[in-house]
Design a protein around this ligand. Structure first.
Ligand code: G3P
Ligand code: MG
Length: 249
């Protein structure tokens, strides 16, 4: 397993979930830049491939929820996706905000923040997203400041075989497990459990395996303090400012 001490440095990291998404449109440059301004140690983002093979940063498989468009992102070209307004639904002051590419996010905050790239993939077959993510990370020389996570163990397996120098984290929730046995045979640096799964026994087991524990999505101060007390490695939150303050003492 890859050493991650340079990233964690003995701290509980505060990571902006889709950026500082309580205050700016999720998965956009304003949300990521705000997380940086608030003092977050890192950001989490979600990525998919466009129809013409560009990595875009978007949570859902469709553009309907966060933009003024509709339809599946994988059926749209980057130019079509870039024509959409990804800010107005969140607030008029964000009108004209665009869906960013992963390249644009790396250019904006890469090297300044730890970046958790979540690969959105529900398929047993690859669409090429793992190769594209690996090439993008390598192109920006961010191998030691990125962790790639996914709910899809097959995507993690594919990614690891392409770029083994980048840490991977297994995302899971009690109700959403997909081929968990793949992870038994795949060394991985981190687990990304839903916060409700974590107690002292969970942490003990994680430590025995050498896994970092990066948990989501924590917006409640008392819950953050509970998790901090149990020794989690990172808290993924929509409100980095609130969590930074909560973990100060
Ligand atoms: O990576 C943590 C979290 O983002 C996983 O769930 O649906 O917000 O991508 P989701
Ligand atoms: Mg995510």
């Amino acid at each position: 397993m890859l050493p991650l001490e340079n990233i964690y440095q003995g701290r509980t990291l505060v990571i902006g979930h889709r950026g500082a998404s309580a205050y700016a449109p999720m998965n956009t440059l304003p949300a990521f830049e705000l997380a940086l301004q608030q003092g977050a140690h890192g950001i989490e983002l979600d990525t998919h491939l466009s129809k013409d093979g560009h990595l875009i940063v978007l949570h859902d498989f469709t553009v309907d929820h966060t933009t003024d468009g509709s339809g599946a992102a994988k059926n749209m070209t980057l130019a079509e996706l870039k024509a959409l307004d990804a800010g107005s639904k969140f607030g008029a002051q964000f009108a004209g905000t665009r869906i960013p590419t992963l390249d644009e996010v790396f250019e904006s905050v890469g090297g300044k923040l730890f970046i958790n790239v979540e690969i959105k993939s529900e398929s047993t077959e690859t669409d090429g997203v793992e190769q594209a993510v690996a090439e993008c990370i390598a192109r920006h020389h961010l191998m030691t400041s990125v962790i790639v996570s996914s709910f899809n163990p097959l995507a993690l397996q594919r990614f690891r075989s392409i770029l083994p120098t980048v840490a991977i984290g297994y995302l899971y929730h009690p109700q959403w497990t997909f081929a968990p046995e793949v992870m038994d045979a795949l060394p991985h640096e981190a687990r990304h459990p839903h916060h409700s799964m974590i107690d002292a026994a969970y942490m003990e087991q994680a430590r025995a395996h050498g896994w970092r524990v990066n948990t989501w999505t924590v917006n409640d101060v008392d819950e953050a303090r509970r998790l901090h007390g149990l020794g989690v490695d990172a808290i993924i939150t929509d409100q980095p400012d609130v969590m930074i303050e909560a973990l100060k003492n």
